[in-house]
Structure formats: C-alpha cells, structure tokens
Design a protein around this ligand. Structure first.
Ligand SMILES: C[S@@+](CC[C@H](N)C(=O)[O-])C[C@H]1O[C@@H](n2cnc3c(N)ncnc32)[C@H](O)[C@@H]1O
Length: 209
C-alpha cells in the first residue's frame, strides 16, 4: 500500500506532527555521546517538519541532513529552521546517495509500506558504512493492523529479522519519556544498531587456498 505523503501534509492529516522533537531524544544523544558526538555526517530520513533533525544539529554540531519525500514537509522545515545551518532535502530515502556515520530513525520505518521494509533495511545498510550506527526510536505500534496504516504495525521479531543481517544490536530500551498519548508498554523501542563489517567477497575469493 503506498501513501501520498504530500496529500497528507496538504490536508493537515498529520497526527505524528507534535511541534517538538521526541522527548526522549536529548537522553539518547547523551547516552550515546560517543556515537552522536563523533559523527561527522548525520541523516534524518522521513524528517517531517524537522524538529528531531534540528535538535540533533544543535547538540552535535555535525553536518545534519533532514530528508523527506514530501516537498511540503521540507518547505515547512526550511521555514521554521531557516537560520540553523541545517541542510534539508526533498527526496526518496530508497534512492538517496551518500554515506552517513549516523542515521536517526523516528516514525519513518513504521511509515514504510510492509512490502518495502526489506528495502528500507537495505537502504540503511547502503547509507551507513562499516561501524556507523542506526539510532532509532522505533514505533512498534502493536495495536495497529500491519496493513492498516500508516503507521503500519511491526513486531520486535520482525524488526530483528530486518536489521540483524547487516547490523549488530548494541543497545535497546523502552523510552522513559514520550509524547502524551504514546505512553504505554511496548509502543516504542529505542535501539542502537551498529553496521557490521562489510565482507569483501571478491577479495576473499582471490585469496590463495
Ligand atoms: C509518520 S511521518 C514522521 C515524520 C517525522 N519523523 C516525525 O516524527 O514527525 C513519516 C515521514 O516519512 C516521510 N517518508 C515516507 N516515505 C519516505 C521515503 N521513501 N523517503 C523519505 N521520506 C519518506 C513522509 O513524508 C513523512 O514525513
């Protein structure tokens, strides 16, 4: 099922938009200071109006890019955060080029149609180099039908299945703080995934036996 994100922004049907960064984000950035502080390039895919990207930029001072497929979302992010030096781009994460030391995920994975989830995980593996990280507040949304979305429901087992091929799970925890209305056990999960060593099959093949 594909979603017309521009139409959602045009009609104001944007229940995810809370006017502020996720309340857990300051904790995540300090808890994982060694990851966030060392990152030179950070990507926030599906950034919406850019509140998370702006906070990440102000805390890390890394080169931060907020990316969204909806032009309306990027236009609003640019209006609200025009003086920050943050970079914004209108584009599709599945086709986005480049390499990022850190990608921050928040309600983007759950917005992706179920049949494209493996493509999302593959895009992360392509965008994040060896030893880079995917830090996310994953919206599991267990009471939603996996077909009736967005957001599309996902289980923890499914999440593990999508990411553990290319990433090691270094840390995970239920957020201590969240937006009003998202409280409740099992609705969100913070996770830090580290990109595994990328095997060079060509080089291995060429090794003498
Ligand atoms: C549920 S909203 C979350 C927005 C933001 N992360 C937040 O929490 O406010 C999902 C966002 O992902 C964007 N999106 C969906 N598919 C995308 C894709 N393939 N590439 C980039 N952005 C995408 C949508 O336009 C939308 O802004």
């Amino acid at each position: 099922m594909s979603v017309d994100w521009s139409a959602r922004y045009q009609s104001g049907e944007t229940p995810w938009e809370k006017g502020e960064p996720h309340p857990e984000l300051p904790f995540l950035l300090s808890q994982h200071q060694e990851v966030a502080g060392d990152a030179e390039r950070i990507l926030v895919p599906g950034c919406g109006f850019g509140h998370d990207a702006n906070l990440i930029h102000s805390v890390t001072r890394a080169e931060v890019l907020g990316l969204d497929i909806a032009e309306e979302a990027i236009a609003q992010a640019k209006r609200e955060y025009y003086e920050t030096g943050l970079a914004w781009a209108h584009g599709d994460l599945f086709e986005w080029p480049g390499r990022y030391d850190l990608v921050f995920e928040h309600t983007c994975f759950c917005a992706i149609a179920v049949e494209r989830r493996a493509d999302y995980a593959a895009a992360m593996a392509r965008l994040i180099p060896e030893n880079g990280c995917l830090l996310g507040i994953f919206f599991l949304n267990p009471d939603h039908d996996r077909e009736a979305g967005p957001p599309f429901g996902v289980t923890l087992d499914e999440l593990m299945g999508f990411f553990q091929g290319d990433f090691d799970l270094e840390w995970s925890e239920e957020p201590r703080r969240t937006y009003p209305g998202r409280e409740g056990k099992g609705r969100e999960l913070s996770m830090l995934w580290r990109r595994k060593k990328i095997r060079n099959l060509q080089r291995e093949w060429e090794q003498p036996i």
